[in-house]
Design a protein around this ligand. Structure first.
Ligand code: HEM
Length: 183
């Protein structure tokens, strides 16, 4: 996983619970990485998972809740760093369908060793969207948080629910979305 994601997780914990809490969490993690995480670096997924699991334990919240809150925090940070990916899209649906075919493709050009998740979209109705999320990291709760971030960015409610989940034994996670209104 790229350092940029580790850095945003650090910011997320630091801004919400304080830098000292982040350092405490980090100190308790069995990390493979000994040096500081830097944006363009690539680090083991297991280090990120350790940090998230330890944060959940210390902060007394569930791992999915940490990932959901981190995803919501992460989205505006990514937009700040890569404003070009959102600028052209006036509706969250138009934006979301570009995650796999444009955004993560560009991310992989920028960071050759990035391993972005796979999304496959279908459009059952003008105000609806469905997709499958596939990743060995099984971060569907992070996807949920990102969707909350997208809704906030566009100031449009997005209702979502997962009808399949790898954590329940399915081969991928299936999301069904409904947008508040479509102008
Ligand atoms: C400006 C928009 C976005 C940018 C620049 C961006 C960029 C990135 C980057 C750099 C990574 C790390 C990949 C790696 O280290 O291997 C990543 C991972 C990820 N992205 Fe995006 N992303 C964007 C939007 C989204 C959106 C809207 C979603 C979902 C609704 C999403 C879902 C994810 C997830 C779940 C991961 C974690 C890795 C995994 O699940 O395997 N991204 N993204």
């Amino acid at each position: 996983m790229k350092g940029i994601i580790f850095n945003i997780i650090e910011e997320f914990i630091g801004e919400n619970w304080g830098e000292e809490k982040y350092e405490e969490i980090l100190g308790l993690c069995p990390l493979h990485t000994k040096e500081p995480f830097v944006g363009p670096g690539t680090y083991p997924d297991s280090d990120l998972i350790s940090i998230v699991e330890k944060a959940a334990e210390i902060l007394e919240i569930s791992v999915p809740d940490v990932l959901r809150a981190a995803g919501k925090f992460m989205f505006p940070k990514l937009v700040e760093k890569f404003p070009q990916f959102i600028a052209l899209h006036k509706h969250p649906k138009d934006f979301l369908v570009t995650i796999d075919s444009v955004i993560h493709v560009e991310v992989k050009k920028l960071y050759r060793d990035a391993e972005t998740p796979r999304f496959q979209f279908t459009s059952p109705a003008p105000n609806k969207l469905a997709f499958d999320y596939q990743s060995k990291r099984k971060f569907c709760a992070l996807v949920e948080g990102m969707l909350d971030g997208v809704a906030e960015h566009y100031k449009m409610p997005i209702q979502y629910h997962q009808t399949k989940c790898t954590h329940k034994g399915d081969t991928d996670c299936h999301f069904e979305l409904q947008f508040g209104s479509r102008a």
